[in-house]
Ligand binder design. Structure first.
Ligand code: GRF
Length: 216
């Protein structure tokens, strides 16, 4: 199978991007593109000798013009897969449609719970016992595309937003490279109805409970 080409979109720190670059994936990271000229992740990408580009949304008065420029920059690298890794712009349905089945996002909640921003604060306010993160294909609805993989973490007594975010982020760094590896290996199928089938052996059938269930 030919090596897959990947373009990563970022807006900030780029820790998920860093996890992906460091994961030894059977893929070529063709470029990292940021809409924020000062995104910290750009330096990290350069340190990994990955080509970088900036498409600054502020330079385009209309969203459609920004998306046309972004699309042109992405397509220049002929990617098989586009990865949104902390990319903080909402993309119009027409843009997303163009990459259907080959654009992924990571979201810091167990979707469909808590789409949108401030997920950790909202999870704490809601009093959920289990929180987590989701890798999904992107579709026209915000944070609502077909789910590929999720990881759950317990909410601990006395958790702050920061502590919970750090616990979730550690899982993000595990599941995003995994999802991309499956894609590169041709093991992800996106069904017509929108459900994802991953061709991988079943793991141990254990449940995560938080607080943990006591054994007697
Ligand atoms: C992550 O929590 C990701 O789930 C969300 O934005 C954050 C980006 O962090 N979409 P980083 O830039 O990957 O460090």
């Amino acid at each position: 199978m030919a090596e897959k080409r990947i373009v990563i979109l970022i807006s900030g720190r780029g820790s998920n991007m860093g996890a992906i670059l460091g994961a030894g994936l059977p893929a070529r990271i063709a470029a990292v593109i940021s809409n924020e000229p000062k995104a910290r992740g750009l330096e990290l990408a350069r340190a990994h000798h990955v080509e970088t580009a900036v498409v600054n949304h502020r330079r385009y008065p209309e969203r459609a013009d920004f998306e046309a420029a972004l699309g042109a920059e992405i397509d220049r690298h002929q990617p098989d897969l586009v990865i949104m890794a902390g990319f903080m712009r909402i993309l119009a349905p027409a843009f997303v449609e163009r990459y259907r089945g080959r654009i992924m996002n990571i979201h810091p909640s167990l979707l469909p719970a808590f789409p949108g921003l401030d997920t950790h604060r909202r999870a704490l306010e809601a009093g959920v016992r289990v929180h987590g993160c989701t890798v999904h294909f992107v579709n026209a609805a915000l944070d609502n595309g077909p789910i590929i993989i999720q990881a759950a973490v317990p909410v601990q007594p006395g958790d702050t937003e920061e502590r919970l975010a750090a616990r979730v982020l550690a899982e993000e760094h595990r599941i995003y490279p995994q999802a991309i590896r499956w894609f590169c290996e041709g093991r992800i199928k996106l069904g017509r109805a929108g459900a994802v089938d991953v061709d991988t052996p079943p793991g141990p059938d254990t449940a995560l409970a938080s607080p943990p269930v006591e054994t007697h």
